[in-house]
Design a protein around this ligand. Structure first.
Ligand SMILES: NC(=O)c1ccc[n+]([C@@H]2O[C@H](COP(=O)([O-])OP(=O)(O)OC[C@H]3O[C@@H](n4cnc5c(N)ncnc54)[C@H](OP(=O)(O)O)[C@@H]3O)[C@@H](O)[C@H]2O)c1
Length: 339
């Protein structure tokens, strides 16, 4: 096969354009692997890329950070991986281990370098992460961004303990993974969702308390009541301007808020006195590194944990997949099969 089918995104303010293209199959250089991608998945972040709100971007890029498939070919000098092995790509292919640095986060898949929505993708060998055997390609394709971010937030930044209380904001990709991980770790989960149907599904997945943030705009008061006036130990903060102040009011003295996203755009900012007065550990994160990805996969395997998939699209219907993510109509991850 010399040519491959790929989706091309032209990022633009107000919404980029997507098209199906034919591109040469890339050849793995020294230290690289070529992956035959079988499935890719969408994140809120991919809308930011499409809308040209994600830093400097090329004119055209293969979108999506998240995808999985099997190794088709190894470049020179690659050891520890074999053709046919099932892998997912790392969001930050240059962030191998240790704390984040400017260099480690310079390149990210599906933004300023080609991503996973093509029949083949090139990765540095260390960024081709073997995936758990019990996961399908579609399930494995959801791990690199939402999965690893939730993992990093709960277990590396917040050092979550069994018995602690976790607050999750909305039922998006990061929050649903965080629900599964927090349950796995024996924590109690309070989760906000504006949809009755989604609340019912979150309850089925083991959420202990559900709050309708639309019906209860002062939801921090509900959180305080549910925790007997103490506040939660950890907030996985994906709301941003619209929720951060209330997250501050919901966290316990000395608790941790992991700042991740901004799905709730309408807000007035945060009073610093809340951070100071409660001695809050407020830590921003960006996804996670390759070593953490391996650690997450061990836990997924041990606990037989499967990501929640909501919708699967064909590659030719990529625009429908983006539209669904944009209107937040999804529960569980949106996956695109790459055939
Ligand atoms: N820093 C990082 O490393 C990192 C990594 C991944 C994601 N992110 C960011 O984290 C955020 C979440 O990403 P995602 O992919 O999980 O998003 P997503 O799947 O698109 O999340 C959508 C959900 O957000 C919830 N939501 C929207 N407005 C809300 C509001 N006002 N209050 C509470 N919940 C609200 C809704 O839940 P309901 O429908 O249940 O109401 C909606 O379904 C994004 O801002 C993304 O950019 C950052």
């Amino acid at each position: 096969m010399t040519n491959m089918k790929a989706v091309e995104l032209r990022p633009a303010h107000g919404g980029g354009t997507l098209s199906i293209a034919s591109r040469p199959v890339p050849k793995p250089g020294r230290g690289e692997v070529l992956v035959r991608v079988r499935a890719a998945s969408l994140n809120f972040r991919d809308l930011l890329v499409a809308d040209h709100m994600y830093g400097a971007l090329p004119e055209t890029v293969v979108p999506l950070s998240d995808g999985a498939g099997e190794i088709a070919a190894l470049g020179e000098g690659v050891s520890g991986l074999v053709p046919g092995q099932r892998v997912a790509g790392a969001f930050y292919p240059d962030w191998i281990t240790g704390p984040i640095t400017a260099a480690a986060r310079t390149r990210s898949m599906g933004a300023n370098m080609d991503g996973m929505l093509a029949q083949f993708a090139l990765l540095p060998a260390h960024a081709a992460i073997p995936v758990p055997d019990h996961l399908s390609d579609e399930e494995a394709a959801t791990l690199p961004c939402a999965g690893l971010t939730a993992w990093n937030a709960l277990f590396n930044v917040a050092a979550l303990q069994p018995g602690q209380d976790v607050l999750l904001i909305g039922s998006g990709g990061v929050s649903v993974f965080a629900l599964q991980f927090a349950r796995m770790a024996g924590a109690r989960v309070i989760i906000l969702s504006g949809s009755a149907e989604k609340r019912a599904r979150l309850a089925k997945m083991g959420a202990h308390h559900l709050i309708d943030y639309k019906a209860s705009p002062d939801w921090h008061k509900d959180v305080m009541q549910l925790t007997d006036g103490r506040g939660v130990d950890v907030v996985v903060e994906v709301g941003g301007p619209g929720t951060l102040e209330k997250s501050m009011q919901s966290v316990r003295v000395g608790g941790t808020i992991v700042a991740i996203g901004f799905v709730a755009q309408e807000g007035e900012g945060v009073a610093p006195r809340l951070v100071i007065g409660k001695s809050v550990n407020l830590q921003g994160i960006t996804v996670g590194n390759c070593a953490q990805f391996h650690e997450m996969n061990r836990a997924l395997s041990l606990h037989d944990l499967k990501p929640a998939i909501g919708h699967v699209f064909a590659m030719d219907n990529v625009e429908d997949a983006y539209a669904l993510q944009r209107r937040a109509g999804h529960f569980g991850k949106i996956v695109i099969k790459v055939d």
